[in-house]
Design a protein around this ligand. Structure first.
Ligand SMILES: [Zn+2]
Length: 136
């Protein structure tokens, strides 16, 4: 995917991929104390240890340059890298995990989840439809 983006003139870097529970704990609590959030507020921005998609190894945070100023920022959505990814991610079986309509977790244009094979997608989509039925 990154190689294909490069062929289209798009620079894409992977900012964060697999995270152990211990690393997620460090991230969760250091950012919580820096931003002075209570745990419930912090959970809108970062998953508590043991609940992150990064712990599955199927999530990736993308950026457009190495150590760029838009790393982990919502403004990343205004870059060519985001636009390219949004248009092409499905070809590589990636999906945006937390879109603008998500009520529980803040919008994260940088965070994408690998959904695997066509068979796996069918299972995910079916379970999402069932979940929506339960919520309404
Ligand atoms: Zn992420």
């Amino acid at each position: 995917m990154r190689d294909d983006a490069k062929k289209d003139g798009i620079n894409m870097v992977f900012l964060s991929v697999y995270r152990s529970i211990s690393l997620q704990k460090d991230i969760f609590y250091s950012l919580k104390s820096r931003r002075n959030h209570i745990v419930a507020e912090r959970a809108k921005f970062s998953a508590p240890p043991g609940y992150s998609e990064h712990g599955t190894g199927f999530a990736v945070d993308i950026g457009n340059v190495y150590k760029g100023k838009l790393d982990f920022e919502v403004e990343f959505e205004n870059t060519d890298a985001f636009r390219w990814h949004k248009e092409n991610a499905a070809k590589y079986h990636f999906k945006l995990s937390f879109n603008k309509n998500n009520k529980n977790v803040d919008y994260e244009p940088l965070h994408w989840r690998y959904e695997g094979s066509i068979e796996a997608l069918k299972v995910f989509e079916a379970s999402n439809r069932n979940l929506k039925k339960l919520q309404h």
